[in-house]
Design a protein around this ligand. Structure first.
Ligand code: G6P
Length: 490
């Protein structure tokens, strides 16, 4: 029985199966896992102890994401990976073995192809979305998947325990858990933006209402910025039988009050610097330096994710080389675009579009002794850290993003002070606006000019801005972000 429980789709580790049948464990990716790994037991599986020495004993409930995870979950007593002799990075982890087809429909069809698209405004509305009988069946799987989490949490929670339920995969679980265990204190946290009501209304009415009602089963609903919290309240305003009090920041439904909170998530500076000081990072830095020489460096680090806007970022770099030919031969764009959600056709097509765009730039500008663009697609965490250290300019241009931790990690690890070109639609822009160069992510020319300005920025100004960005980025480390949410339940 645990006093504090966390629930999220992706857990701190996942597994792959090699040909000889052995399971290899690796660290989970994405902002949610990075943030939570630091608070559940003090370190992630790939990380050093964080600033948070006295983390509460947390049980982290997550889903088995594929066959290898399912095999690992089955081998562990009651799905408890930490009790199967595995080093899960200090966290107690229960992995739920949800049937593969239920998981596939809940995760791919509903969470990632529908809710993610709604909150990031990604639909191509003349064609999609298209909610038909099949979408209703997918929705039933989403309900079953949420119920599996609610069951696990209800079973493992001590009387009066606190449950922190994460993200759009689990928007029904708070209500389901309250129905099963009214004694618990429940917080739901959204790591994504929240859609404005005109866009949210693309969802079928009953589904849109169920999602709001699900989150309103929590005692506290947390968002990364004021803007996303306010959009959520706007959507609640349209839900019959619901009363929104903006001053008190509460939503009342069926006699139950949910408080709405804004909890920014930053990075743990000390832990990140300690990780970046290891040999594997120095080795990657040497290899990168050999390829880039003493040229200026524009860096981006993303999952290959539609919302990250990589194609327009590459187009902006191309426009820089066209409009400011003085940079040719003197700058290199290092673009790390790590594979993501390849079960979805949209993501596979987007990956292909990134590849084609990159190829065209290389063909157009490359010379025998200058690679204008280096794209790396194999996920390599130490290499990302090395690139942050070397960057002159960091480009973070998402169409929309809950927060974006790359914009925060980069300045913290920058060795010479990097300039940050940042989309105004990233949650991080609300905290970093005074020192980043903000851009409209759809405006390729503006982004290109911001890159030019960033490259020209005098060294001293760049270093001063970078130091302030790093201070802002570390102001709310994960353990504070998490502690604030738990405190909000008291
Ligand atoms: C975002 C979401 C997380 C998710 C991550 C990676 O940060 O908010 O919930 O884990 O993307 O996506 P994936 O689908 O690979 O878990």
């Amino acid at each position: 029985m645990s006093q504090v429980l966390v629930a999220s789709n992706r857990g701190p580790v996942s597994f792959s199966l090699s040909d000889d049948g052995t399971l290899t464990m690796r660290r989970g990716g994405g902002g949610l896992v990075s943030g939570l790994a630091a608070v559940t037991g003090g370190r992630g599986p790939d990380g050093p102890p964080s600033e948070n020495g006295a983390a509460p004993e947390v049980l982290w409930v997550c889903a088995a994401l594929g066959d290898a995870d399912r095999a690992a979950a089955r081998q562990a007593p009651d799905g408890r990976l930490d009790q199967a002799g595995r080093d899960t990075g200090g966290a107690a982890v229960r992995m739920l073995d949800i049937p593969a087809d239920t998981f596939h429909r809940a995760y791919n069809a509903v969470a990632n192809s529908t809710l993610w698209f709604v909150h990031h405004l990604l639909y191509d509305t003349p064609r999609t979305p298209h909610f038909d009988a099949r979408a209703r069946r997918d929705w039933q799987s989403y309900e079953a998947y949420n119920a599996a989490f609610a069951d696990a949490l209800a079973r493992d929670a001590a009387p009066g325990a606190k449950a922190a339920i994460q993200d759009y995969h689990l928007s029904l679980a708070p209500r389901m858990l309250r129905d099963r265990r009214p004694d618990l204190k429940i917080v739901h946290f959204s790591h994504t933006p929240w859609a404005p009501p005109e866009y949210y209304r693309l969802l079928p009415d009953d589904i849109g209402a169920r999602i709001l009602d699900g989150i309103l089963g929590a005692d506290h609903a947390g968002f990364l910025t004021e803007r996303w919290a306010s959009a959520f309240l706007d959507c609640c305003d349209l839900l019959p039988g619901t009363k929104v009090d903006r001053l008190a920041r509460t939503v009342t439904r069926a006699g139950h009050v949910t408080r709405i909170g804004v909890h920014g998530l930053g990075v743990d500076g000390a832990a990140l610097r300690e990780r970046a000081a290891r040999d594997d990072v120095a080795e990657r830095a040497r290899a990168l330096r050999e390829r880039v020489g003493d040229r200026r460096l524009i860096v981006r680090v993303d999952r290959t994710e539609l919302s990250k806007n990589i194609v327009r970022g590459l187009a902006a770099y191309r426009e820089l080389l066209v409009n400011h030919p003085e940079w040719r031969g003197r700058v290199v764009h290092l673009a790390f675009a790590y594979p993501s959600r390849h079960d979805l056709r949209e993501y596979r097509e987007y990956t292909e579009a990134v590849r084609r765009t990159a190829e065209r730039i290389t063909e157009e500008f490359g010379t025998p002794d200058w690679d204008p663009l280096i794209v790396q697609v194999n996920d390599d965490f130490p290499r990302s850290l090395a690139a942050y250290g070397m960057a002159d300019v960091l480009l973070v241009n998402p169409i929309r993003d809950g927060m974006n931790l790359v914009a925060k990690e980069g300045p913290v690890l920058s060795e010479r002070g990097c300039a940050l070109v940042l989309s105004r639609e990233a949650g991080a822009a609300a905290e970093l606006d005074s020192d980043a160069l903000l851009v409209n992510p759809y405006d390729v020319s503006q982004t290109s000019e911001a890159l030019h300005r960033a490259l020209l920025m005098p060294h001293r100004e760049r270093a001063e801005r970078c130091a302030r960005l790093a201070a802002a980025a570390t102001a709310l480390p994960p353990h504070r972000w998490f502690a604030d949410q738990l405190a909000a339940l008291d």
